[in-house]
Design a protein around this ligand. Structure first.
Ligand code: PAF
Length: 280
């Protein structure tokens, strides 16, 4: 496995690759969720590339850029153990030429970024799309793998690929959960012992919502009330329902509904997200 830090070397290496190439874009601090993406990428492509880059332009000023977990040695080992061919781990200056406040950005439409995570994380999806587009261009990957936990990110990236005619297939991958159903996230590392227990109510709300939906008598209001009760110790940012194909907010729930939650834990104020299709 090659660990490459600069763009020139990456481009040389890409020129010599034969067959199909898959990319798993990450910000490092790899966990079993990332590992499932990596395993699938290795299986489905002749060459698997993992990028490890904590992308500063997708973090707001008061967000956790500085304390975001960085575990490069463990990340490289996980990649190498899984048969990854190239890890691309550039420095910020390599990606943005020390010019990160004056970049050409890809900005998804307001209608999509003004809801859910984009509402509180202004500029976040501009940063995500811009770095992902760069990674697509640099790696010339045929496929790229993204987790469904970041559902809005996945929708926006698929839209970017379609709108801008990127020649790449986006492969959505299932959410990986701990045994107790907490969705895996690099940010789970911030949680205290007690907060972890409190955080379980996020996935519990989603599972219970699915069960309530299955009764066919529960309304959207009843599902929200149940979630509010379960998550009373969390600081809820949103409980929302979108149509999973259009990502438009729904007044009424139906078989196409994706329920999404974002909430902060009480002590460390860790922001966690999760989602589930009501009709699983
Ligand atoms: O999902 C993430 O980890 C990031 O948003 C991504 C896609 C790697 C872009 O920095």
């Amino acid at each position: 496995m090659k660990i490459i830090n600069n763009i020139k070397e990456l481009k040389e290496e890409i020129k010599n690759l034969k067959g199909s190439t898959g990319l798993v874009p990450t910000m490092g601090a790899l966990h079993k969720g990332h590992e499932s993406l990596i395993k699938r990428c290795v299986k489905e492509n002749d060459n698997a590339i993992v990028s490890v880059f904590v992308n500063p332009i997708q973090f707001g000023i008061n967000e956790d850029l500085d304390k975001y977990p960085r575990t490069p040695e463990d990340d490289y080992k996980l990649c190498s153990d899984n048969g990854v061919k190239i890890v691309f781990a550039p420095k910020v200056s390599e990606m943005y030429d020390d010019n990160k406040d004056d970049l050409t950005l890809i900005c998804p439409p307001y209608s999509i970024v003004n809801i859910l995570c984009g509402k509180s994380r202004v500029g976040h999806f501009d940063g995500v799309c811009s770095v992902v587009a760069k990674l697509f261009n640099l790696t010339k990957a045929n496929r790229a793998y993204f987790g469904k936990k970041d559902a809005q990110q996945l929708f926006i990236i698929k839209k970017m690929v379609k709108d801008l005619n990127f020649d790449i297939e986006i492969v959505p991958c299932e959410i990986v959960r701990c045994e107790d159903n907490l969705a895996l996230s690099s940010r789970n590392k911030y949680l205290t012992f007690d907060e972890r227990k409190i955080a379980l109510n996020i996935s519990k709300s989603l599972f219970e919502a699915c069960n309530l939906y299955k009764t066919k008598t529960a309304t959207k209001r009843a599902i929200i009330d149940n979630s509010l009760k379960l998550m009373e110790k969390l600081d809820i940012e949103y409980i929302e329902f979108v149509d999973k194909t259009t990502f438009k907010l729904q007044d009424e729930i139906n078989d196409n509904t994706l329920m999404l939650i974002a909430a902060r834990t009480p002590e460390t104020k860790t922001r966690l997200i999760d989602n589930m299709e009501l009709c699983k």
